[in-house]
Write a protein that binds this ligand. Structure first.
Ligand code: ADP
Ligand code: MG
Length: 667
């Protein structure tokens, strides 16, 4: 029996419509919050501004006229006198109001003056006697009008509100000054003041954040149950290795490395996020850790998001580890046949200790002899299922995540609360800041002399095109088009190569090799070079259609230059018609990845910045990770208390919070 039918005003037809909205109980009906509120308040004519919504009252002074503009489009027009001003009012598709809007009738009109104060376009017209000042909740629904829905909710509230159980423990409600749950519903569906709305919003956000914090607390607790054998690595060999590096580690790098060593020695698996701006030198920290793990007699898997990056890491690891007598192997889906067989065998029988590949390594048929640590590059978080898959690969390996979207500590704790975090703040010495300039596509020629000058010096340039669609074919189009255009304006002697998703992996590897060797001067490419690639001789970065990228993403892309000792520049080519300069302006002003990431998170939210597939990043209905950081800190503190509280309401909350992470621990 559908309990919705017991609500006064709901019959079969409406129940079916509600079902389309995913509403099948009176409780869900009440939990459907308005999308926004309309403040209904009569203003005076003198307060009106062009193109701003306002509500006015006046007396009709002319017979209403209906014009038929075309099929399904009519316009009702009449004259009105309000506060000694006289103007004409029109409203579309409400010809039925003709009888109501007679001369002498006093009406209330909501709408805006479009071009001058003689003509008012209304969205709402009611008789003054039927008008009520107040705040109207607006619901956006596919199958039902807002008014009708509001009426149904009101009626459901009368019957149900007494049975809506509280979800937050009473002491927290009073400590955090929140409205009770039943009060919450009567506020959201019929608020009296906007202050009330803010109070209700605060409770909704708090509850979302509290559940999120509880989930993290629970995850931490469950993680503590997993134990591992502490690793005893050979410290003398590592010290020696660090001494032979071509540079001195920065203080932050040393600190991060020390923290990693503590984790290796601990009886629980490492779960550490190493964050630092692009080019801050995270890789070497991971390599030192890898060496330590190998000296302790374990294997290491090094995973990158793209094949190109994996290949580069492979070369870097080879270069560093060779002299330690370690020969890494490489595995991606493109390694096939006898070579693949050999790699799989070596990993299984333990004759090889370091494997480098893409993130697909964990889904692979790969069997480890004795997996000790996994390094996950350029991924901020691993989903629950991926972590589970990892554990199945080899006991409880230590996990080190490298992230190049550095964010302020409080936010990092909020986002990655169940991880330990190390941050590399300072850049290796000798780096020159990148000079960034926003350039309209129509002014492209003005930057050509600078680009040519750099190329003449023997430096190299990247030109990045956005991924137009998920389809490789479209990428190809945009990359070949850009290549054609740049060829037209650069001398014939400049060698230009292009790189895109449609290419075979050997072909890609060859093109990148040529670029790293300096045989190609300009590399036109999609965002595959966004992450990690390291070519110190490249000093020019041109980003086409920069308006299509997020701030943090552009910052990462431009981090491909400025890696050597020469000054570098980055040009953000934008569509001059779009008002984009404000948003991208921060990139001209600062090279500080922390500030940029924060601005980006504020603009777009964590799901967009870190990528949707990064499970574990919460999608809040109302809370905002950047703006509500204080409320989040409060929620975190409360969650710590609540997690072990015997109070029944707290138990229910904890249970709700952890229901979706349990899969991880149920073997
Ligand atoms: P990211 O943090 O973006 O992954 P990388 O690890 O690729 O950065 O490092 C960028 C470059 O800086 C590499 O060429 C690396 O050899 C170099 N590098 C790393 N640490 C130092 C250091 N302490 N001093 C000088 N150069 C360094
Ligand atoms: Mg890197």
């Amino acid at each position: 029996m559908n309990r919705l039918l017991e609500v006064k005003g709901i019959g079969k037809v409406i129940a079916a419509k509600l079902a389309q909205e995913g509403i099948d109980t009176p409780e869900k009906l009440i939990e459907r919050f308005p999308n926004r509120y309309l403040e209904k308040k009569i203003s005076a004519f003198c307060c009106a501004n062009i193109a701003e919504t306002i509500t006015l009252t006046g007396t009709i002074t002319s017979m209403p006229k209906v014009t038929y503009i075309r099929k399904h489009l009519t316009k009702l027009t009449f004259q009105i006198r309000a506060n000694d001003a006289e103007f004409s009012v029109s409203i579309f598709n409400r010809e039925f109001l003709k009888n109501t809007c007679q001369i002498g009738a006093i009406v209330v009109v909501t709408g805006k003056f479009m071009h001058h104060f003689k003509q008012f376009t209304a969205s709402e017209i009611v008789l003054k006697k039927n008008f009520q000042e107040g705040i109207e909740p607006i619901y956006h629904l596919k199958s039902l009008g807002s008014h009708q829905f509001h009426k149904i909710v009101q009626s459901a509230m009368l019957q149900t509100i007494a049975h809506m159980p509280e979800t937050i423990p009473a002491d927290l409600i009073s400590k955090r000054e929140l409205p009770s749950r039943s009060k919450l519903f009567s506020i959201v569906h019929s608020p009296k003041t906007m202050e009330e709305v803010h109070l209700a919003t605060k409770r909704i956000k708090y509850e979302e954040l509290l559940l999120f914090s509880l989930r993290i607390e629970a995850f931490k607790k469950l993680n503590q149950r997993i134990v591992k054998t502490p690793k005893s690595y050979r410290i003398d060999q590592i010290r020696q290795f660090i001494k032979t590096l071509p540079f001195e580690l920065t203080t932050d790098q040393k600190e991060a490395t020390n923290a990693i060593f503590m984790d290796l020695k601990a009886p629980k698996p490492m779960n550490r996020l190493l964050q630092g701006d692009v080019g801050s030198g995270k890789t070497i920290c991971a390599i030192i850790a890898a060496l330590a793990v190998v000296t302790a007699g374990y294997q290491v898997a090094f995973m990158s998001p793209t094949e190109i990056l994996a290949r580069q890491h492979y070369q870097t690891l080879q270069r560093y580890l060779e002299k330690e007598g370690i020969q890494p192997v490489f595995l991606t889906k493109n390694v096939t046949g006898a070579e693949r067989q050999r790699v799989l065998e070596q990993m299984q029988n333990g004759t090889c200790s370091v494997i480098v590949g893409t993130h697909a390594l964990i889904q692979d048929a790969l069997v480890f002899h004795r997996l000790g640590m996994v390094v996950i590059d350029e991924q901020h978080r691993f989903g629950v299922n991926q972590r589970k898959a990892l554990r199945e690969k080899g006991g409880a390996p230590d996990c080190l995540f490298l992230s190049a979207t550095p964010i302020p500590r409080s936010l990092a704790i909020a986002l990655f609360g169940d991880m330990d975090i190390s941050t590399i703040k300072s850049m290796p010495s000798g780096r020159q800041p990148i000079k960034t300039t926003i350039v309209g596509l129509d002014e492209f020629d003005s930057i050509l002399p600078d680009i040519r000058q750099e190329l003449d010096k023997g430096h190299q340039a990247y030109m990045i095109c956005p991924l137009i669609a998920e389809s490789d074919t479209m990428d190809l189009v945009s990359v070949s088009e850009a290549t054609r255009e740049i060829k037209k304006v650069l001398p014939k002697s400049v060698s230009i190569a292009m790189l895109h998703g449609k290419m075979k992996s050997e072909e890609k590897a060859k093109i990148l090799d040529d670029f790293f060797q300096g045989n190609t001067a300009v590399l036109v490419s999609t965002t595959v070079v966004e992450v990690g690639l390291d070519c110190p001789n490249a000093t020019v970065m041109i980003i086409l259609n920069a308006e299509r990228f997020g701030l943090a993403q552009i910052h990462q892309i431009r981090g491909r230059v400025g890696r050597g000792h020469s000054a570098s520049s980055c040009y953000l080519i934008v569509n001059p018609e779009l008002e984009i300069r404000d948003r991208l302006g921060i990139l001209e002003k600062t090279n500080d990845g922390f500030q940029i990431a924060e601005a980006d998170l504020d603009l777009r939210g964590p799901g967009e910045v870190f990528g949707e597939e990064q499970t574990g990043i919460p999608r809040f209905k109302m809370a905002n990770m950047v703006r509500d950081i204080q409320l989040m800190e409060v929620a975190f503190a409360d969650a710590k208390q609540l997690i072990d509280s015997p109070d029944p309401l707290s138990r229910v909350l904890v249970h709700t919070a952890i229901s979706e992470i349990q899969a991880y621990f149920l073997d």
